[in-house]
Design a protein around this ligand. Structure first.
Ligand code: 13P
Length: 278
């Protein structure tokens, strides 16, 4: 079934977090949904704007909807970290069931104002919205950039942001970083508990899942509703195709060359989604 985050969170209440996995190319998609289907868990397929443009919005949305309709599980198609309101409106008009407006590098007032515009447009069309407050940041070539205290989500700002924007999900900065594949994140659980306590009605989202240990994943799944994993899928795909392509001849079926990479994607999604169940 094709769902937005509001419906998905409601139906998954008390069962842990839903895995949100970044789709990097079209080839990965059937393997991702098949993994969730076999495990019987919901799945959020998320794309960057770049991936949506690379595959083509219409083809991507039609494929996710068709696979969702055939599956007995809930599937959401979510636009990850988008800073363009126009692009989000396009994604909503064409059929994404959920979007994220990322105004985290703007002054708070401006982030609130822009997020309000996206929420108004999305909710009228039965699409859910994720916002971001604080700065989750990134890693360059797997080397983590040190996080200053100022980058963590401030609870007072988060409370104001949720109240004024009415977002359905909120990305919070609690110590994880995007693209951290060489080391493990140090999560600030005191901050997470404060956010959970002060914001009981919004779906808290953990970004940067690649650098999070299994133990931390399990602990976060108790208080958060959505956990994002991206880099680990991209990394495994590159490793698998690097291993399978060098011996290929022009007569080798491409299908056979992609199969190990797709199988690896399935394994990662099964492992992570199992950790997210409580
Ligand atoms: P990773 O690439 O670090 O897993 O993070 C994914 C993410 O949070 C996407 O928004």
């Amino acid at each position: 079934m094709y769902k937005n985050l509001i419906e998905m969170f409601r139906e998954n209440e008390g069962k842990g977090a839903v895995g949100a996995f970044n789709l990097h190319c079209f080839e990965m998609l059937p393997a991702m949904i098949a993994a969730a289907q076999e495990l019987g868990t919901p799945i959020i397929i998320q794309t960057s704007l770049g991936t949506a443009e690379y595959i083509g919005f219409e083809a991507l949305i039609a494929a996710v909807k068709a696979l969702a309709q055939k599956a007995d599980i809930n599937v959401c198609l979510h636009m990850d970290h988008c800073k363009s309101i126009e692009a989000l409106k396009k994604a909503i008009d064409l059929g994404y069931s959920s979007v994220m407006y990322d105004g985290s590098d703007l002054p708070l007032e401006e982030n609130i104002k822009n997020t309000q515009e996206v929420v108004a447009y999305a909710h009228e069309r039965n699409v859910s919205v994720e916002g971001e407050i604080g700065s989750i940041g990134g890693a360059e070539d797997g080397i983590v950039v040190e996080k200053s205290d100022a980058a963590y989500t401030k609870p007072t700002d988060a409370i104001r942001f949720v109240k004024e924007t009415n977002v359905d999900a909120l990305a919070v900065a609690i110590g994880t970083t995007h693209g951290q594949y060489k080391s493990k994140a140090n999560i600030n659980y005191e901050l997470l508990e404060t956010l959970q306590d002060k914001l009981p009605d919004v779906g808290l989202v953990l970004h940067g899942g690649t650098g999070v240990s299994d133990e931390d994943m399990k602990r976060c799944a108790k208080g958060m509703k959505k956990i994002n994993v991206g880099t680990e899928l991209n990394k495994s795909y590159i490793e698998e195709v690097n291993a399978s392509f060098p011996d290929a001849t022009p007569l080798t079926s491409l299908r056979k060359l992609f199969t190990p990479a797709n199988d690896h994607i399935k394994r990662i999604i099964t492992e992570k989604s199992t950790l997210f169940k409580i």
